[in-house]
Write a protein that binds this ligand. Structure first.
Ligand code: GDP
Ligand code: MG
Length: 162
């Protein structure tokens, strides 16, 4: 009965860092190397009013080749299991073709998706956020997972909406 929250986004946007924040563990692999979190990682957390399950996915928004095929299948299964999807993008990088491809994939699945713009530390969140309007989603929710900025507010809003 705990809501399942899936974290998706192309490599290096900060999924594992956010997972660690949300679960206060170091179970997820955080690395500078894209795609290191190879399989689904589950954790239970309680940052806001109620507990939840978080799934850290890897493998979406990656090149569509054999190496990533297993990861993509795992990640897509995680999306099907989720009640809510947090779609992470990088405030410093802006919109990439991988973000656009993921947007189309997520839209097709018909789940509730929150666009979350990570790495807003040291950037102007309004300026950075404006670029993501081209994805055709709601305005991005600004966070800095590495500091925890905006994360409690985000999870509170997500849980309220479940
Ligand atoms: P993943 O591939 O999506 O799981 O991304 P990671 O969580 O492994 O993070 C990739 C890199 O981005 C790491 O070097 C993190 O320290 C860094 N990172 C994550 N969140 C933030 C943030 O809020 N601000 C900044 N400046 N860097 C971040
Ligand atoms: Mg990761």
């Amino acid at each position: 009965e705990q809501p399942v929250i899936a974290l998706v986004g192309r490599p290096n946007v900060g999924k594992s860092t956010l997972f660690n924040r949300l679960t206060r563990t170091r179970d997820a692999l955080v690395a500078d190397f894209p795609g290191l979190t190879r399989d689904r990682q589950y954790g239970v957390g309680r940052l806001g009013p109620a507990p939840y399950v978080v799934v850290d996915t890897g493998g979406l928004g990656e090149p569509d080749d054999v190496t990533y095929h297993h990861m993509q299948r795992q990640a897509l299964r995680a999306l099907d299991e989720a009640d809510v999807i947090l779609f992470l993008v990088d405030a410093r990088v802006g919109v990439t073709p991988g973000d656009e491809a993921l947007t189309r994939d997520l839209r097709r699945r018909g789940k509730r998706v929150w666009l979350v713009m990570n790495k807003i530390d040291g950037v102007d969140a309004d300026v950075a956020g404006a670029e993501f309007h081209s994805l055709g989603m709601d305005s991005p929710w600004p966070i800095a997972a590495v500091q925890g900025r905006g994360v409690t507010q985000l999870i509170g809003a997500v849980l309220e909406d479940c």
